[in-house]
Design a protein around this ligand. Structure first.
Ligand code: 13P
Length: 288
């Protein structure tokens, strides 16, 4: 069933757990995420990123995601990840998304504040929750948020971090529901081992007073993820780990096939592998 994001986040705040926000770019991805959460009896945030429009066009995927989310036996929030374009966001809302990340982090701060504030006012009028970002998360996925080049080492990751004072002002003025904080993670695979800045996280939590979101969860050590949950992160965005997990098993399946291999068998293999991956992350966040 689709549930109110604000109520889910309030429950996570009260009970010190976090919810996995997993991007699904294929039918198998949707099945994997929802069946993982159902098997664990945990809530989940089913995400669609604007940058994946090419693979999962929202006019087809929006209604599909909504149908699966409604049918699910666990609480589901339908979330638009890194929405940058107003018309795209409106489409997502029309298809039933009840949580929107309006990503203006690449813009100058004052413009980020002004745009997110105006959007949040309208979104709240119609019961939509808003996530936004200050500081910019670097990216090692082509096209996903951030502003770095694929495979290029970042010299000073601290330059991308969220400033706690600015985070406080940003949340007070925009009245958003969730804040994406940058404190050591990167979208996609890491070139260097990530080391999260927990002191900064503590200050951001104190200054913002709202549930925090960590992007770039793939490749972060489990102990650091658990510490981040304790530190106030209530939503962990997870994608690369799930989306790449099926490649090797599929390769093996194709190589070892003794007869004709139907595509639905390959798709099923992908769904099974991605489910295991999603389950592992959901369980780690104490949301079961
Ligand atoms: P990863 O792909 O690094 O797990 O990050 C996903 C993400 O943050 C989506 O917004």
């Amino acid at each position: 069933m689709i549930v109110n994001p604000r109520e889910l986040m309030e429950d996570a705040q009260r009970n010190n757990y976090a919810v996995a926000g997993i991007n699904a770019t294929t039918l198998e991805g949707i099945q994997a995420v929802l069946s993982a959460a159902e098997e664990l009896g945990a809530p989940v945030i089913l995400s669609h990123a604007q940058v994946h429009e090419k693979y999962a066009p929202i006019d087809v995927f929006g209604p599909l995601l909504a149908a699966f989310a409604e049918k699910a036996k666990i609480p589901v929030v339908l979330h638009l990840d890194h929405g940058t374009q107003y018309s795209y966001i409106l489409k997502a809302i029309r298809y039933g998304f009840n949580s929107i990340m309006y990503d203006c982090a690449h813009l100058p701060l004052e413009e980020n504040i002004q745009r997110v504030k105006a959007f949040t006012e309208s979104a709240h009028e119609i019961g939509i929750s808003v996530e936004a970002e200050v500081g910019t998360m670097p990216s090692n996925i082509v096209g996903m948020g951030g502003c770095t080049e694929y495979g290029k080492k970042i010299d000073r990751i601290e330059d991308y971090f969220t400033d706690p004072d600015i985070a406080g002002r940003f949340c007070r003025e925009t009245k958003i529901d969730m804040l994406t904080a940058s404190f050591g993670t990167v979208h996609g695979f890491y070139i260097e081992k990530p080391v999260l800045d927990f002191e900064r996280l503590r200050k951001i939590k104190e200054a913002s007073g709202i549930p925090l979101v960590m992007h770039g969860t793939t490749g972060v050590e489990e102990e650091q993820i658990k510490r981040a949950v304790k530190g106030g992160v209530r939503k962990f965005n997870y994608f690369t780990g799930v989306a790449t997990s099926a490649s090797l098993p599929i390769e093996n399946k194709i190589r070892n096939a003794e007869g004709p291999l139907y595509y639905h068998e390959i798709a099923q293999c992908a769904a099974d592998v991605m489910k295991v991956q999603a389950k592992h992350m959901i369980a780690l966040l104490q949301s079961v």
